[in-house]
Design a protein around this ligand. Structure first.
Ligand SMILES: [Mn+2]
Length: 284
């Protein structure tokens, strides 16, 4: 039987980009959808993102590091004196104000790693390494031994995401590695490539003979609409979101800039009030 699998990853709250990719995938005659993590934050998408995944019947969803950031805040693992922690916490507050409880529970129960058998092929699916969904181990230019870590078991194919870079390469034993890139937050370190920040995904086609096609796609979407969406939803750190959509540049670890924004908008006070009230009332 022929399977055309859409590999989706790293939406990061960008509903407009996800919608455009799903529309394209429907024209492509995709039969299966797998999602590799980092669905929410820092963009405005909340329930709408999960509802889209429901309409396309996503058959696999593994947990990204941003889903873990979300859970860390719910578990009160927050340093209120760290500007990045305030940034992430304020984005989590936005999600808590918007997300249905069923989706919060869904995030709590996501696996780090999954395997699929498609025809004769065994496939590993993880956000980054199978036991570690964060860090730079699988950056595209890293050494071969880092990538070989994906094959401690005898998978034929390993699929990962997280680096926001589309990639196809092989293990030392010639097993296939695929990264579909990012739907919502593309970036390049090479400036000239940053002029094209279309949404990325990949299609993996497997037929009776084996791997029939690996196709990397880039899909235009309505960036202006996404910015309007962020404004009308009163997205915190809106100016950072607009910048990442326009240029690909993020400031997640820029403590000075985040501190300025935290002070300007009183975000620290806001999250302390929000989380104290909700923890006390047992709502989180
Ligand atoms: Mn990630």
């Amino acid at each position: 039987m022929k399977h055309r699998i859409a590999l989706l990853a790293d939406v990061h709250g960008n509903v407009s980009a996800l919608k455009a990719v799903v529309e394209d995938s429907l024209k492509e005659g995709v039969t299966d959808y797998w999602f590799l993590g980092d669905l929410i934050m820092p963009g405005p998408g909340a329930n709408d993102l999960f509802e889209i995944l429901e309409t396309i019947k996503v058959g696999m969803y593994v947990k990204g590091n941003w889903e873990d950031c979300f859970l860390d805040v719910l578990n009160k693992r927050v340093d209120f004196d760290n500007a990045t922690d305030i940034y992430v916490s304020r984005l989590v507050q936005y999600q808590c104000e918007n997300l249905n409880e069923i989706y919060i529970n869904l995030i709590k129960n996501l696996p780090l790693h999954a395997t699929k058998q498609v025809n004769d092929l065994s496939i590993s699916i993880s956000h980054n390494l199978q036991n570690k969904n964060y860090g730079g181990d699988l950056w595209p230019t890293n050494n071969q031994e880092n990538f070989d870590q994906l094959f401690e078991h005898d998978y034929d194919i390993a699929i990962y995401a997280h680096t926001h870079h589309q990639l196809l390469r092989y293990s030392s034993n010639d097993q296939l590695i695929i990264n579909p890139g990012t739907i919502g937050q593309p970036f390049y370190k090479w400036d000239k490539l940053c002029s094209d920040l279309r949404a990325q995904y990949a299609i993996l086609e497997i037929d009776e003979r084996g791997i029939a096609e690996v196709r990397f796609k880039k899909i235009s979407y309505d960036v202006e609409n996404e910015i309007k969406n962020a404004i009308s939803n009163k997205l915190p750190y809106f100016e950072l979101y607009r910048e990442v959509l326009d240029t690909g540049k993020t400031h997640t670890h820029d403590l000075d800039l985040l501190q300025k924004l935290n002070d300007r908008y009183n975000y620290k006070e806001e999250i302390i009030n929000f989380f104290e009230k909700n923890f006390w009332e047992n709502k989180l």
